[in-house]
Structures are given as structure tokens and as C-alpha cells.
Design a protein around this ligand. Sequence first.
Ligand SMILES: *Cc1c(COP(=O)(O)O)cnc(C)c1O
Length: 396
Amino acid sequence: MNAAILEALHQVCGHALPDRPIALHEPDFRGTRAWAYLGDCLDTGWVSTAGQWVSRFEQELCACTGAEHAVAVTNGTVALRLALQLVGVSASDEVLLPSLSFVATANAVAHLGATPHFVDVEAGSLGMDPAALAARLEAVAERRDSGLFNRSTGRRLAAVLPVHVFGHPAPLTELKAVADAWGLPLVEDAAESLGSWRDGTHCGLFGAVGILSFNGNKLITTGGGGALLTHSAELAQRARHLSTTAKLPHPWAFDHDAVGWNDRLPNLNAALGVAQLEDLPRRLLGKRQLAEHYRQAFAGVEGVELLAEPPGCRSNHWLVTLRFLAQDRAEAEAQRLQVLEAAHAEGLLLRPVWRLLHQLPMYSQAPRGHLAVAEDQACRLLNLPSSPQLLEGWGP
Ligand SMILES: *Cc1c(COP(=O)(O)O)cnc(C)c1O
């Protein structure tokens, strides 16, 4: 089985050179106007947190997602922390989120002094399971005059924070229905999902506010960067205000009306973002073709399957994910380890899915529902090299 998996990997990725391993996802600026746009920043001196590229980046983000407003910030974690603050999350609240996510999802909650409260995922999309969310709220939530509370911890339940994992849209229509029924605001971690849609809505735009990341390994990168997406002019205005030290507009006076942050994306990074966004359709096509190549290469390999685009969705195929199907979870995990070791030995840098968040020391005491699906899936998932550069003929 391992030999068959490595053979399928080679069909798509070829072989790594001794001094040049093949990483999970690598940036690529060839064929873009990145040099020219960066040059404009240097020539004009507009390198910092204001400038035409920041506004252009935000406009382009709106154009390609359908958002009414986009606010560019320094990274996805910061975007998430701001988004949670905008919907009213504050210290000693709880936020419901999946345990199967990157650590930044829980960190953003903790950065506000709030506590993550873990909910299970569905195996298909790996997104938060609406039935698990409903069951958890049914079990612990209590409506009081001052809001919704967790009756066992006494803390306020302040928001629901689903994640679109590896670029596959989570079941947001159903999740929103549950959140609405309990009066909870919805913030989406769409860090991995630029270019992913469900039922005609771009990821991040089902709830009050969603976020994107432009970290170095994401579909497009600004070096480091993130953005908030929202249809609400009021939330966007508050995001801009809070992310620029909450300074009141005035030609010279320093007046601030809140404890603000210094979170805005520099013009330099935004210039890279514009250059990459112009290339987004071609990148999305490349990702789709690469996923299809993997599908063909793995078609005859037994004991594994590739994660599929959920029904009714358009995934950006940020990462191609292999699932080990052995009935016994420990056996699946052992097979995965063997493939990881063999692939790393030859410079193919596959990665398992993240350690579940409730198993990390800082979140091990956090409240949670049953996490049976997350615990099972966490043993079975392996991400494959997914840069569009792996496609033959890709590039300028
Ligand atoms: C990348 C990522 C983030 C954080 O984004 P940064 O820009 O790295 O801070 C948050 N959540 C998920 C699911 C991510 O993949």
C-alpha cells in the first residue's frame, strides 16, 4: 500500500532534488506584476500602512469575493481577533469553535481573554457539524436577560466560529440556522478559503464577518497578511478604526476614543497582494487541475481516498488531503506515519492534519462537547504537496 501511495505521489509531484525538497505549498510570483508594484512603493516612499495599494487590494478582494467591504490587516490571526471583538466577544466569554483547526483559531479567542469551547466536525467537509453544535447548545446553553450563558461554567456564550478547512466550505447554511436560533453571531475563519464558494456565497460572507489569511503558505500571499470581509459598512468602519489606534480623524490632533490596535497591512505587502489577486483565476484553475491529477493518480490505490469538494460547493483546493480508511484508527495512524517517514526521507514534505486543539496544553481544560469525529479524523488525514507550480507547464 505504501509503495502504491508513493508511486501515485511521484506521478503528480515527480521527485524532489537532494537540495530542493517539495513543500506543502510554496509562494510563486513569476508571471505577476509584483516587481513593478513593489517598485512603485519604493519609488514613491509609500511603504507603510497607508497608500494606494492597500485600497486597491481591498477593492480587488471585494470584487473577487462579492463582499461589500474588505479591511486588510497584518495577518489572519489579527483579523480573527478583530472580527471577534467586532461582534462583541470580550474577556471571560466563550466562543464555540471546532477542535480540528489550526491553533490560530483558538489563539485569537484567547488573545481577547475569552475561552474556546470545542465542538465536533463532520467527516465530509471537516467543517463544524451543525448537529453537534445544536446538541452542544441544547446541553449547556441557558438564555438569561443579559444573553446566552453556559450553565456549567457560568460564562457568556458570545459567538460561533466555524472554519473552512483546507479550502472546503463548511456547512454554513445549517450552521447559521443554529447560530441564529440561539441569537449567536457567526464569525467565519475562511483563512484557507479565498476562492471557495457554497451555494453562490463566498466563504466568510455567511455570517456577520469572516476573515482571510495571506500567510506564506496560503493560496495567495502578501508575505504576511490578512483581511476581514463583511457586508456591514458599520463593522468595516469599526474594524478600520480599531486597527489604526482608534484615532479620531483630524489633520493634526492625537485623539483616540478606545484602546486600539496597530494592525493595518503595509502598502508593500498590499502591492504583492494586488499582483497575486490579478492572477487568482489562473491559480484557482491550476489548483483544480492539480487536485484532478491527484484524483487520477490515486484512483486505483486501495485503503485511501482524497477529500472531495462538498456537494453544492466550489472549493479552492488549497491543500489536497489523503484520508486513510482502515477501520481501526490506530492502524490508519500507523500507515500514515509510514508514508510520512518514507516521503520525508526523499524530500516530499507531506504533513498530517493539526494536533487537535483540545489536546494542546493551553486548551486542555477548555469546555467541549463530544469530539468523536474530530478524534477519528485527526488520525487519518495527510496533506499532499499542493503548489500549482507542480503542474507541468505552470508558470510564465
Ligand atoms: C493560516 C490560518 C490562520 C492564521 O492566519 P495567519 O495569517 O497565519 O495569522 C487562521 N486559521 C486558519 C484555519 C489558518 O489556516
